[in-house]
Design a protein around this ligand. Structure first.
Ligand code: AMP
Length: 212
């Protein structure tokens, strides 16, 4: 199985889609955001260094992210392929990735900014199983509690409105140029990321089936 990158602004639904697609394809879901948050929770020195940037909605320095990504990629389950979610985030990271794990296909999530703002500020997740909820579109059955395991839901430290605005700005300035980079390489497939998770999931699967 191939290496696929999910590219898109924060709140576009990459995490939700990546979890289900990775399971279907039998490849690991490799989210640098999740790996960094895990390091923060475990209070490793890398996590403590990264925490300041994450809370501010800024990019963590390339060298730190690369270290955590390479460690994860070296594990046996990532040998057949991987679904990258949140990496690369700038041109330097994209060039780096081409060097050690060339990408076969990049799915770009296309979505208007007002929808992103609404999705980001309404989202909660289960710290135990990782299930994502949205108070507007996918609320838990019981307020504040995970449907699957009853754990109390939490909000991400960077889903506050000021950090959200910074993340959108960082995306526009540093990550959006990757669209042109991958388009030039002939491996970019844009998909409409509005609608329900099922609709978006269907578009992604169709796009991957028809990719050259
Ligand atoms: P995400 O969960 O992908 O939205 O990432 C959350 C935060 O983790 C970002 O706002 C950055 O602070 C940091 N982060 C995740 N991936 C990267 C990356 N590839 N490069 C730099 N920072 C990252």
């Amino acid at each position: 199985m191939p290496r696929v990158v999910f590219l898109g602004p924060p709140g576009a639904g990459k995490g939700t889609q990546a979890k289900s697609l990775a399971k279907d394809l039998g490849i690991p879901h490799l989210s640098t955001g999740d790996l960094l948050r895990e390091a923060v929770r475990e209070k490793t020195s890398l996590g403590e260094e990264a925490d300041v940037y994450i809370r501010a909605g800024r990019l963590v320095p390339d060298a730190l992210v690369l270290r955590i990504l390479k460690e994860r990629l070296a594990r046996p389950d990532a040998q057949p392929g991987a679904l990258f979610d949140g990496y690369p985030r700038n041109l330097a990271q994209a060039r780096e990735l081409t060097g050690f794990a060339p990408v076969d296909r990049v799915i770009s999530f296309v979505i208007p900014e007002p929808i992103l703002l609404e999705r980001l500020t309404q989202r909660w997740n289960c710290p135990k199983c990782g299930t994502l909820y949205n108070l507007a579109t996918r609320p838990p059955k019981q307020t504040g509690v995970c449907d699957l395991d009853g754990t109390t839901l939490v909000q991400r430290s960077d889903d506050r409105i000021d950090a959200v605005r910074m993340r959108l700005l960082v995306y526009a300035e540093q990550t959006a140029p990757l669209l042109e980079h991958y388009r030039m390489l002939g491996i970019l497939t844009p998909i409409d990321a509005t609608g329900t998770p099922e609709q978006v999931g269907h578009r992604i699967r169709t796009a991957l089936e028809h990719a050259p």
